[in-house]
Design a protein around this ligand. Structure first.
Ligand code: PRP
Ligand code: URA
Length: 209
């Protein structure tokens, strides 16, 4: 069974509370999502591979550790996952970025794929899939399967807010994928929105409603 990591540092909780508030507009919402993504990225990259390199300090020659950043890929699920990319790139600027386009059918709540562009060597990379909302789990499960079909074996899922239903679905379908969230909310409502949640993340990031 995959692990669920709740990264509930006080600064993350504080920023998330402002994001949840319906009065927070797209500019602040985006900014806060960036900031939280960077803070969460710090924890997600805890096990990122390091290499030994030889360097020379002003005092002497020595060996030191350096991140194998070129081995990382960030894969946002469009649209809302885009809001978590910049914060991660601030941490690992050389990571490659692929895109998976999925939207939920409003009636069935089933995900529909409309785009997929991934780095060629994606199967060789440590992959972080980003999507702020893990609701029924359908979108994340499908995105994870698309990556596995391309040979990926080292994947983590980074979300902001998750419903218990979505966590269960991902854990059952992808027991090898650890999930990182800032908060686990109470439940889904009749429209499969997270309660209390923060509304439609894509619309709040891009101001489309
Ligand atoms: C939202 C969200 C997730 C998905 C979560 O995307 O960003 O991708 O719903 O729901 P699920 O866990 O039930 O699949 P949406 O379909 O609204 O598309 P958008 O990001 O383009 O707005
Ligand atoms: N997608 C969102 O953006 N928010 C939810 O609460 C559920 C799905």
């Amino acid at each position: 069974m995959s692990k669920i990591h709740v990264i509930d540092h006080p600064m993350i909780q504080h920023k998330l509370t402002i994001m949840r508030d319906k009065e927070t507009g797209p500019k602040d919402f985006r900014q806060l999502l960036n900031e939280i993504s960077l803070l969460m990225g710090y924890e997600i990259t805890r096990e990122i591979p390091l290499e030994e390199v030889e360097i020379e300090t002003p005092i002497c020659k020595t060996t030191a550790k350096r991140v194998l950043g070129r081995k990382m890929a960030i894969i946002p699920i469009l649209r809302a996952g885009l809001g978590m990319v910049e914060g991660l790139l601030d941490l690992v600027p050389v990571a490659k970025v692929g895109h998976i386009g999925l939207y939920r059918n409003e009636k069935t709540h089933e995900p529909v794929v409309y785009y997929c562009k991934l780095p060629e060597d994606i199967d060789d990379r440590f992959v972080i899939v980003t999507d702020p909302m893990l609701a029924t789990g359908g979108s994340s499960c499908d995105a994870l399967q698309m990556l596995k079909d391309r040979g990926c074996t080292n994947i983590k899922l980074m979300c902001l807010v998750a419903a218990p239903e979505g966590i269960k679905k991902v854990q059952e379908a992808h027991p090898d994928v650890d999930i990182y969230v800032a908060a686990i909310d109470e439940k889904l409502n009749e429209n499969a929105y997270i309660v209390p949640g923060l509304g439609d993340a894509g619309d709040r990031i891009f101001g489309t409603k």
